[in-house]
Design a protein around this ligand. Structure first.
Ligand code: SF4
Length: 357
């Protein structure tokens, strides 16, 4: 697996899912349904669960949403985190509804007495809190001191809250510092990781959609994870949240930190030697093999130049030729198939292999 040496943080338990302390990096996301709409929220949680999401967060906008969490929590296949801004009462009501964790940004809760009320309620139920600091909700004194939401301002805010919370005797927490800027996200998390041993939740906030969002998130999280920092991740995209999960696993898989629960494709970029429609072949195979939920490495190569080497690293491979393809299993050629039958034949081979492992 991975050569990355992860920082050993304190371990917390979010509804049975361990975070930190050497546990696998946990993939999480957030619903974008109206939490008061229990059915829509649960439908989305189930889609997230099917995609491989391990913890889900729901926005709590009012008392009705806090109450709805009771039913959502009861029927959710994965632990549920209440996402609170501004209103400490909603945090307490969500805890009463049985959620597995509450995310607060203490800086926008109003006063430390109110934060202490939340700590007391969380302590009574034995659930952890996520202590968040975002560039958009930083305290005024730190914005003045640092002339804006710099990395140092956010680190000082997070560290200050952690210490104040620790002073009350509460230590069941994870911490997140999020910025929409990847370099600031890296700097903040490197610095806070030096100062505290609580598990860290990583993410780039408001990263955007598709290519931009993915690249910003992966640029920041890739660096941090490589440095051994981070215990749970969310890739925030302005897209259906289900799309975030695949990206999380691709990233963790690329770093050897988690295995994908689906086909890991390797394909060549094509060049002037190509004599087969490789791009179409890869697209078609991705669609036709999306039902396979096993970590199988598949290499699809345009010609024999790199196919022999790659096929040794892959479980199954195709080496393209002039309107035909060789199907290779564990480095051994098993079939030569005409291009028009290649997808059907290869899908059969992968399905059989998936049954064997
Ligand atoms: S595998 Fe063959 S076709 Fe694909 S990029 Fe390499 S040399 Fe070109």
């Amino acid at each position: 697996m991975s050569l990355i040496k992860r920082k050993l943080t304190k371990q917390i338990d979010v509804g049975g899912v361990k975070i930190g302390g050497g546990a696998p990096i946990v993939v999480q996301s957030m619903t974008n349904t109206d939490t008061r709409d229990i059915k829509a929220t649960l439908d989305q949680i189930n889609r997230l669960y099917d995609a491989g999401c391990e913890i889900v967060r729901c926005a709590v906008v009012d008392e009705e949403a806090a109450r709805a969490l009771k039913e959502i929590k009861k029927r959710s296949p994965i632990p549920v985190i209440a996402d609170i801004h501004f209103n400490f009462r909603l945090a307490i009501q969500s805890i009463e509804s049985g959620v597995d964790c509450v995310r607060i940004n203490p800086g926008n809760i109003g006063s430390f007495d109110r934060v202490k009320e939340i700590l007391r309620a969380a302590n009574e139920r034995g659930i952890p809190l996520r202590i968040g600091v975002n560039s958009g909700s930083l305290e005024k004194d730190l914005l003045d001191k640092y002339n804006g939401p710099t990395a140092d301002a956010m680190v000082e805010s997070a560290y200050r809250w952690v210490k104040r919370i620790e002073d009350t005797g509460f230590t069941n927490m994870k911490v997140s510092i999020k910025s929409s800027d990847p370099l600031t996200t890296i700097e903040c998390n490197e610095k806070i990781s030096e100062l505290i041993d609580y598990p860290l939740h990583l993410g780039v906030t408001e990263a955007g959609s598709s290519k931009e969002g993915i690249i910003k998130s992966v640029a920041a999280l890739g660096v941090l994870l490589r440095e051994g920092i981070g215990d749970t991740i969310r890739i925030s995209l302005s897209e259906p949240p289900e799309n975030e999960i695949d990206v999380c696993y691709e990233l963790l898989n690329a770093l050897g930190l988690r295995k994908k629960r689906s086909i890991d494709f390797v394909s060549c970029p094509t060049c002037g030697r190509i004599e087969i429609d490789l791009i179409g072949l890869v697209e078609e195979l991705k669609k036709r093999l999306s039902h396979i939920k096993k970590p199988i490495k598949v290499a699809v190569m345009g010609c024999v130049v790199n196919a022999i080497g790659e096929s040794k690293e892959a479980d199954l491979a195709i080496a393209g030729g002039r309107h035909f393809g060789l199907i290779i299993k564990k480095g051994k050629r098993i079939k030569k198939v005409r291009e028009e039958n290649l997808v059907d034949e290869f899908v059969k081979v992968v399905e059989e292999y998936a049954k064997e492992i």
